[in-house]
Design a protein around this ligand. Sequence first.
Ligand code: PSU
Ligand code: MN
Length: 306
Amino acid sequence: MPHVSPAVAPSPEVAAALAAGRPVVALESTLLAHGLPAPQNRAAAAELEAAVRAHGAVPATVAVLDGVPRVGLTAAELDRVCGGGLAKLSVRDLGPAVGLGRDGATTVAATAALAQAAGVALFATGGLGGVHRGARDTWDVSADLGALAGTAVLVVCSGVKSILDVPATLEVLETESVPVLGYRTDAFPGFYRRDSGHPVPWRVDSPAEAAAVWRAHRTLGGPAGAVLAQPVPAADELDAGLHDRLLAEGLALVAERGVTGKDVTPALLEHFHAGSGGASLRTNLALVRANAELAAQVAVALARVP
Ligand code: PSU
Ligand code: MN
C-alpha cells in the first residue's frame, strides 16, 4: 500500500481502491471553481468523474474543505466546490488554508502535491499553468512548473493555452527535467487548438506506451512528474480566427484592467468563455473529458503491471 500522509484525507472509496492497488485518477478543482462558469462547472465535475469510471478507474477530485485536504469528494462536496466563493490554492496556499481551516480549490500544482501525498500517480486536467507572456517584466511564471519538477505525478492535459508564452514554458519544463509526451501527436497541443506550433520531444501512441514510459521514468528519471499532452478532439477544436481574436482581446483586457498574480489566468479564461458565445466552453469541456478518459486508461495499464 502506498504511503499516505496523515494530513491528507482520501474518501473511503479512494482509500479502498488504493489499498487494493486499483486504478485511481486525481482531478483538479481550480478548473471547476475558477476555470469554468456556473452551472456548467457542476455538470463538468460529474461528467469528468463519470468518464474516469467508464474507463475502469476511481475518480478522486481534490480540494481543501474545512481545512482538510480531500482526495475524492462526495456530490455535496462537489456542489461546494462549484458553488462559488472558493479561494484558488496553489502549493504555497495549502499550509495557510489547512492551518486556518479554510476552503479552497486546488491548482495543478496543489492537486499534484495532494495526489502524491495520497499515493495517486495519475492526474487529469485541462491545461497546465506556465510562463506568462511578458514574464521577463512581470516574473509571472506559474508555480505549476516548479511543482511538476518535484512531484512524481503523471499529468494528462492538452498542453498550455496560447495565453501563455508556449516556447518559454517548454524551455522551463526541459530545464526542470519534466518529460513531455505527445499523445498520438508530434506537436505540443495549444489547448483550444490542436497544434501550438511547437514540437514535443517524445510521442506515445497507446495507454500501454504511456504507462511503460512512466514506469521507466520513475526508476531512472529523477523526482519530476511528467506531462502527457493530448490534443483536443479535432471536431471540438476552436476556430483559428475566433481563437486569435479572443486571445488578442483578452491580453489587452488584463493589461488595461491591471489584473495581476493569480487572477490573470481566470480573467483570461472568463474572457474566452464570454466572448466566444459558448464555443470555447464546448472546446474546454471536450478536452478535459478526453483527458480524464485517457488518464483512466493509463491508470488501468499501470495497475495491470505495477
Ligand atoms: N489553464 C487552463 N485552465 C485552468 C487553469 C490553467 O487552461 O483552469 C488553472 C489550473 O488550475 C492551473 C492554474 O493550475 O490555472 C494556474 O494558475 P496560475 O497561472 O495562476 O499559476
Ligand atoms: Mn501566475
